[in-house]
Write a protein of this length. Structure first.
Length: 127
């Protein structure tokens, strides 16, 4: 591995090291740099979205997840993360859409049914 400051493998290693040491701001800065080198990399986007979310930078996290969603529209983990972030941001209509999509993928999931029922109830969307 070269000592090139833009070496993606070295940057990823350093970002993960910072993350493991709970130096999240430094880890985020490096992932942002990595994303500048490879802006369409889904793994980098997902990692950065998770870091933003963990640091309560929810709007930034939502923006990335919304960019990822068209690339993998039936990914339950992605849909769940976005649903939770929408809920956190009080974007209940969008959260309902994500929960409905999740339920279409797993119609017998009692947790999803309950979450969607709670959202409907809280928004006064009764049948």
């Amino acid at each position: 591995m070269s000592l090139d400051p833009d070496n993606p493998a070295l940057l990823k290693l350093l970002a993960d090291l910072y993350n493991n040491q709970r130096l999240f701001a430094k880890s985020i800065a490096i992932y942002e740099k990595l994303l500048g080198l490879d802006p369409e990399n889904p793994a980098l986007l997902k990692t950065l979205a998770d870091l933003y979310s963990n640091q309560r930078l929810f709007a930034k996290s939502v923006a990335i997840y919304e960019k990822l969603l068209p690339l993998d529209p039936d990914n339950p983990a992605l849909l769940k993360s976005l649903a939770d972030l929408y809920n956190n941001q009080k974007l209940f209509d969008k959260s309902i859409l994500m929960h409905e999509k999740l339920l279409s993928l797993d119609p017998d999931n009692p947790e999803l049914l309950k979450n969607l029922a709670d959202l409907y109830n809280n928004q006064r969307l009764f049948c």
